[in-house]
Design a protein around this ligand. Structure first.
Ligand SMILES: *[C@@H]1O[C@H](CO)[C@@H](O)[C@H](O)[C@H]1NC(C)=O
Ligand SMILES: *[C@@H]1O[C@H](CO)[C@@H](O)[C@H](O)[C@H]1NC(C)=O
Ligand SMILES: *[C@@H]1O[C@H](CO)[C@@H](O)[C@H](O)[C@H]1NC(C)=O
Ligand SMILES: *[C@@H]1O[C@H](CO)[C@@H](O)[C@H](O)[C@H]1NC(C)=O
Ligand SMILES: *[C@@H]1O[C@H](CO)[C@@H](O)[C@H](O)[C@H]1NC(C)=O
Ligand SMILES: *[C@@H]1O[C@H](CO)[C@@H](O)[C@H](O)[C@H]1NC(C)=O
Ligand SMILES: *[C@@H]1O[C@H](CO)[C@@H](O)[C@H](O)[C@H]1NC(C)=O
Ligand SMILES: *[C@@H]1O[C@H](CO)[C@@H](O)[C@H](O)[C@H]1NC(C)=O
Ligand SMILES: *[C@@H]1O[C@H](CO)[C@@H](O)[C@H](O)[C@H]1NC(C)=O
Length: 388
């Protein structure tokens, strides 16, 4: 470990020097360098929320609102449906603007292709921070260890066999590397109250879609939980649900472990895809009406899944919205995203699952939209959206 730290610091120092001379990486914003961003106009607004009287403050606060940033390409919009980007909420919405090594982010990519872009900070996060501390308590976003093991350098601890193929993260993926440090600096707190977070995202998200019209909802990781809620609440306003490694794995959260696969499996999301109720048919009296069974062998490279017992409750609203998930070849998600896809199918949804490895796009981890080939992946997503 000592050796690793020394090496990574040396690499970090080297990267800093190289980049300062070349206007790349964290040095791309130096005053002497020309911006690579696409030209756009920016507006912002808050949507949703309400006044809440607080006697001890002798006045009302405003709570539960959602921060939205609207970006319009300078050359004009030529697409019918806008894009709404939803992050996992560990980084804020800023994660769509550019990459930790300061290349163009996905916002720029889609602006460049004529889309109107809306970026959210999910409620409780960043500029959507909430003042009702008693019902919106906060927790950490991520630690250096979580970020390295799950996102930037899983290959170093080898938690699942596919991790050994991870090559796309820019830099070493460990502390001391300037891109890793920039990525960690963008990790901010979010609420630990998943119920409150889901209820506000469901309400505010559909209010936003009513205002801007039918949109492609592009979400990453836990952000896909909120995309699911929007499909359930206002399906006619979701042009398609585009899920980048969706984090709402049915009933559980999984962390890889090559020697003892069963380790790192925790209960989550009692309604399968969500913590709060979604529109199952036949209707549920409570989440415990969902009867489940574990299927498949549990290996580090391909995890077992929780499904409903037959006959399965259906999700007719979610089924109205075209659904696609994208999974990287070397990400922890390649070991378990089949669980979500199969669960959706069983509930009457017709999901598409695009495994980047099948397209010959190799080496991606969980934050694929920030990795070295982020534009190549954006092109695949763009193609899918254009086909709708
Ligand atoms: C910008 O360029 C000037 C002139 O070459 C140089 O003196 C200065 O140090 C540079 N600044 C940065 C931030 O690189
Ligand atoms: C919209 O404009 C962009 C940028 O000029 C261009 O790349 C794209 O092909 C156009 N798309 C359509 C559907 O017109
Ligand atoms: C009301 O304000 C007080 C003082 O800031 C705070 O401690 C309390 O949590 C607030 N109540 C609610 C429900 O947010
Ligand atoms: C979480 O939010 C819900 C919905 O607002 C609220 O009823 C509940 O009391 C909150 N729980 C905690 C632990 O703050
Ligand atoms: C977590 O990271 C710290 C450095 O921040 C390191 O000293 C420690 O050994 C790591 N712990 C585990 C369990 O990997
Ligand atoms: C896997 O879990 C076992 C048992 O808890 C633990 O000893 C081992 O260190 C873990 N391995 C990894 C790669 O996390
Ligand atoms: C790693 O990549 C190679 C080359 O694409 C492939 O043949 C192999 O199956 C991959 N290994 C795993 C465990 O996915
Ligand atoms: C909900 O409760 C009613 C009344 O007890 C019962 O008839 C029905 O089967 C329950 N629904 C489910 C899905 O269990
Ligand atoms: C993973 O397991 C599922 C069953 O849960 C199976 O359908 C699928 O083919 C397996 N995938 C691989 C790559 O072995």
């Amino acid at each position: 470990m000592r050796w690793l730290t020394t090496v990574s610091l040396a690499f970090g120092a080297l990267a800093r020097l190289t980049d300062a001379a070349s206007c790349t990486g964290v040095w791309a914003v130096s005053p002497n360098c020309t911006s690579n961003e696409v030209a756009y106009k920016r507006d912002f607004f808050y949507i949703g929320g309400e006044y809440v009287y607080n006697a001890s403050l002798s006045g009302s606060i405003f709570s539960d609102q959602l921060y939205v940033e609207k970006l319009t390409p300078q050359t004009g919009v030529n697409r019918t449906n806008p894009i709404v980007f939803i992050s996992a909420g560990v980084p804020s919405g800023a994660v769509w603007l550019n990459t930790p090594d300061n290349r163009r982010g996905w916002a720029s990519y889609f602006l460049d292709h004529g889309y109107q872009v809306y970026i959210l900070d999910i409620t409780s996060v960043g500029r959507s921070a909430q003042p009702q501390f008693s019902v919106f308590p906060m927790k950490i976003g991520s630690t250096d260890n979580i970020t390295r093991n799950d996102y930037t350098a899983p290959e170093l601890i080898d938690p699942y066999p596919q991790s050994q193929n991870h090559t796309q993260w820019p830099g070493t993926g460990v502390r001391g590397d300037p891109y890793f440090d920039a990525f960690m600096a963008a990790m901010i707190p979010l609420t630990s109250n998943a119920t409150r977070l889901e209820l506000t995202m469901r309400k505010n998200g559909c209010q936003l879609l009513e205002m801007i019209g039918s949109s492609f909802v592009v979400s990453h990781s836990a952000g896909s939980t909120y995309a699911t809620l929007l499909s359930d609440e206002c399906p006619s306003l979701v042009k398609a649900s585009v899920n980048i490694e969706p984090g709402n794995t049915p009933f559980q959260s999984l962390v890889g472990n090559s020697t003892v696969p069963a380790v790192g499996r925790t209960s989550a999301r009692p309604y399968g895809l969500t913590t709060t109720e979604i529109g199952y048919v036949p209707a549920l009296n409570s989440s415990s009406d969902l009867e489940t069974v574990t299927v498949g062998e549990d290996t580090a490279g391909n995890r077992s899944c929780i499904m409903q017992t037959e006959p399965a409750h259906q999700l007719p609203n979610i089924a109205k919205v075209p659904y696609v998930a994208f999974t990287g070849a070397a990400s922890p998600h390649i070991t378990y995203d089949h669980c979500l896809i199969n669960y959706l199918k069983q509930a009457g949804v017709d999901p598409e699952w695009i495994k980047l490895g099948d397209l010959g796009i190799l080496g991606n981890g969980h934050f694929m939209y920030l990795e070295k080939n982020s534009d190549e992946i954006a092109a695949v997503v763009l193609d899918w959206m254009e086909s709708r």
